[in-house]
Design a protein around this ligand. Structure first.
Ligand SMILES: [Zn+2]
Length: 363
């Protein structure tokens, strides 16, 4: 699988004339090839001191995130609005962040919303509807969701039952799997339509897990879809698998979170040998860069460093006149079901280009 950017066959069949005209176009329209806009989407779960640490941020630290953004010229923008603007080629503010919450926990209403209102910050909540329908403890109620929605909060679909969508059940046929997953997405969509009178446009994959078939299903609902792999969004991102920076637990500290608020989209034009679902726990991957685009956005491909489990990955860089090929290899096998390779490179003014490749190991 590759990103949807410039198809590889188109790329490798560029004629000299095409290359020259592309070069000239880039001189006339500097943003034509790769706009420099970037958006960081943050994903929070609980905003509370009494919920599980790994998915929580304290109200005090949450407030410090908003205060930092305010003090540093970072604009908080609605995710749907920002993506629609990026798709149309409209410029975003130089530093833009979108705030999202997954699952619909009670502390969003009672702790986060008052702080967000104070900072006039728009945000989105991805709701799994079954726990809300059954009034499960710890979740917001439909009345609370309606109240927030009536005051401009964007509500997205997070399926009805929040299962591991990419995982087939034991002895489940592909057809049965497809029907089950389609039902879970459809039910979430239907509940939001029934209860709020809206056609949701945003979708978040439970646990951030997706594959090509799921993306096609989500696309049939005309959704903008987000995962949970870190990285910034640009005008050429995959709208069916957008990255978000997790902000819970150890990631909530302002010292590291602030770097993510101003991250820039890594201008890869293709990723080869990468699939989000793998049957090996140490897959290699190759990032492909267009030298002209890199020059435009100020990225030195040789400065890209990739990490897995806190360790720097082995890398090999090959370059010709037009492209740079960065092959990355993990030193160790993953011991987990789900992991990311995270690649960063310095940009100007203490900002970082940021991209990560998510993997789910299914044996
Ligand atoms: Zn979730």
């Amino acid at each position: 699988m590759s990103l949807k950017l410039i198809p590889i066959n188109k790329r490798t069949h560029y004629s000299a004339i095409e290359s020259i005209s592309t070069f000239l176009a880039s001189l006339i329209f500097p943003a034509f090839l790769f706009a420099q806009d970037s958006l960081s989407v943050l994903v929070y779960h609980h905003v509370s001191n009494v919920t599980p640490l790994s998915t929580s941020i304290s109200p005090e630290v949450f407030r410090s995130h908003l205060q930092f953004m305010k003090d540093n010229g970072i604009t908080v923008i609605d995710l749907e609005v920002a993506v629609l603007e990026l798709q149309k080629g409209i410029d975003l503010p130089e530093k833009a962040v979108a705030i999202t919450f997954d699952d619909g926990y009670e502390s969003i209403y009672s702790n986060a919303w008052p702080i967000l209102k104070e900072f006039s910050a728009p945000f989105s909540i991805f709701i799994s509807t079954d726990p809300i329908n059954t009034n499960q403890k710890g979740y917001v109620t439909w009345d609370q969701i309606r109240e927030m929605h009536s005051q401009g909060v964007n509500i997205g679909n997070h399926t009805s039952d929040h299962t591991y969508l990419v995982q087939k059940l034991q002895n489940e046929s592909t057809l049965d799997w497809r029907i089950r997953v389609q039902k879970s997405i459809q039910k979430g969509h239907f509940d939001l339509t029934q209860k709020l009178g809206i056609e949701p446009r945003l979708f978040a994959y439970p646990y951030g897990e997706f594959n090509q078939e799921l993306k096609s299903m989500v696309n049939s609902f005309d959704y903008i879809a987000v995962g949970q792999h870190s990285g910034a969004i640009g005008s050429h991102s995959d709208w069916l698998a957008l990255p978000r920076f997790p902000m819970g637990g150890i990631y909530s500290k302002i010292s590291t979170a602030k770097i993510k608020f101003t991250a820039k989209a890594m201008p890869v034009i293709d990723i080869e040998q990468w699939s989000p679902i793998v049957s090996t726990q140490n897959p290699d991957a190759q990032l492909i860069f267009d030298n002209l685009i890199n020059a435009q956005v100020g990225l030195n491909a040789k400065s890209v460093t990739c990490f897995f489990d806190g360790e720097e990955m082995e890398k090999t860089t090959l370059a010709d006149d037009e492209y740079t090929y960065l092959s990355i290899k993990p030193l160790n096998k993953s011991a987990r079901r789900r992991w990311n390779y995270t690649c960063t490179a310095p940009s100007n003014r203490s900002r970082y280009f940021w991209l990560s490749l998510p993997f789910v190991f299914l044996d």
